[in-house]
Design a protein around this ligand. Structure first.
Ligand SMILES: C[S@@+](CC[C@H](N)C(=O)[O-])C[C@H]1O[C@@H](n2cnc3c(N)ncnc32)[C@H](O)[C@@H]1O
Length: 261
C-alpha cells in the first residue's frame, strides 16, 4: 500500500495543485477527481469543514491524510495558512472543447485576449464560476491552468470550463468585445450565447480579436480615467449580463446544492 507522499509524487507531474482548504473545498463541490490530499492538522481541517463546508466534510474526512510540517512544506512551494493541499486531475481538453461547443448556450463564454497577469486570470475564473458562465478561454501565451492562476481562482476551475484557444477557434456566438472606445454597454442586452472578450492588461484588444468582434462595448467611466483593471471589467460585464434578462426578470443564479461557504 502506498502512502500519501508516494501518491503525491505519482500524480504531481500532470495534476493540478489545490493550495489550501478553500481551493480543495471548491474543487470537491464541483466534482474534481482528487487522488491525494494532505494536511498538517487533520483535526483542525475537519473542524474548518464542519464550520464552512459541511457538504463536503465526509469526503474530506475520507481524503485527508496528516503529514508532518516539513513533509508538507516539501510538497508545496508556499505553505498555505490552512495547512491543506491536494492534487486534482485536470479535466481533458476534449471535454473542455465539447462544453464550449455545446448549444444552445445558456450563459456567456468569457475570452481573455492575451492576458499577462496570472492573478487577474484566476480572479476572472472565480467570477465566471460565481456567475455560472459557460467558460473562460484565454488566447496568447498564458497557461490558464498555471498553478498561480489556479491559486487565484480558489479551486473554481472545476466549476466552469477553462481552455486556451487561438482567436480563430473561438466558440460560435455573437462576439462582444469590451473597449473604452465602444458603445455604452448600458444600451445593450447581452444574450446568453454571447462571447465576451477582454483585452490584455498592457495593450488592450488585439487587432485579430477586434476584426472578429460583432460589437464593441464600453463600461461607464469618467473622463481622464484611462481604463479599469481587467478582472473588474469582467465583473461589471457579467453583472450586466446577469441583471439584463427580460424586464423585471434578472437571471436566476444556481445556488450550491448544499449550504456552505
Ligand atoms: C487594463 S485594460 C487595458 C488597457 C490598455 N492599456 C489599453 O490600451 O486598452 C484591460 C481590458 O479591460 C477592459 N476594459 C477596461 N476598462 C474598460 C472600459 N472602460 N470599457 C470597456 N472595457 C474596459 C478592456 O477589455 C481592456 O482591454
Amino acid at each position: 500500500m502506498t502512502g500519501p507522499l508516494d501518491r503525491w509524487r505519482a500524480h504531481a507531474e500532470d495534476a493540478v495543485l489545490l493550495d489550501g482548504f478553500h481551493a480543495l473545498k471548491h474543487a470537491l463541490r464541483f466534482g474534481a477527481e482528487v487522488p491525494v490530499a494532505v494536511t498538517t492538522d487533520r483535526e483542525a481541517a475537519l473542524a474548518l469543514a464542519e464550520e464552512l463546508a459541511v457538504d463536503v466534510r465526509d469526503t474530506l474526512a475520507g481524503l485527508l491524510t496528516e503529514v508532518s510540517g516539513p513533509a508538507y512544506a516539501a510538497l508545496v512551494p508556499r505553505p498555505h495558512p490552512t495547512g491543506v493541499a491536494a492534487l486534482a486531475v485536470r479535466p481533458s481538453r476534449a471535454a473542455g472543447l465539447a462544453a464550449l461547443a455545446r448549444t444552445p448556450r445558456t450563459a456567456p463564454v468569457v475570452v481573455l485576449d492575451n492576458p499577462r497577469n496570472l492573478g487577474n486570470a484566476g480572479a476572472v475564473i472565480r467570477l465566471a464560476a460565481g456567475f455560472g458562465a459557460t467558460g473562460v478561454v484565454t488566447t496568447g501565451t498564458l497557461d490558464p491552468w498555471h498553478p498561480a492562476v489556479v491559486r487565484g481562482g480558489a479551486g473554481l476551475h472545476f466549476a466552469t470550463t477553462v481552455e486556451h484557444l487561438d482567436v480563430g477557434d473561438l466558440p460560435a456566438g455573437p462576439l462582444f468585445a469590451l473597449d473604452p472606445e465602444g458603445e455604452d454597454i448600458r444600451g445593450t442586452r447581452l444574450p446568453d450565447d454571447a462571447v465576451l472578450a477582454f483585452g490584455s492588461e498592457r495593450t488592450g484588444l488585439s487587432a485579430e480579436l477586434r476584426a472578429r468582434a460583432d460589437h464593441l462595448l464600453r463600461l461607464p467611466m469618467r473622463p481622464q480615467v484611462s481604463s479599469y483593471n481587467l478582472a473588474t471589467s469582467v465583473a461589471m460585464t457579467l453583472y450586466h449580463w446577469s441583471a439584463s434578462g427580460a424586464p423585471g426578470a434578472a437571471r436566476p443564479l444556481r445556488r450550491p446544492s448544499a449550504p456552505g461557504r
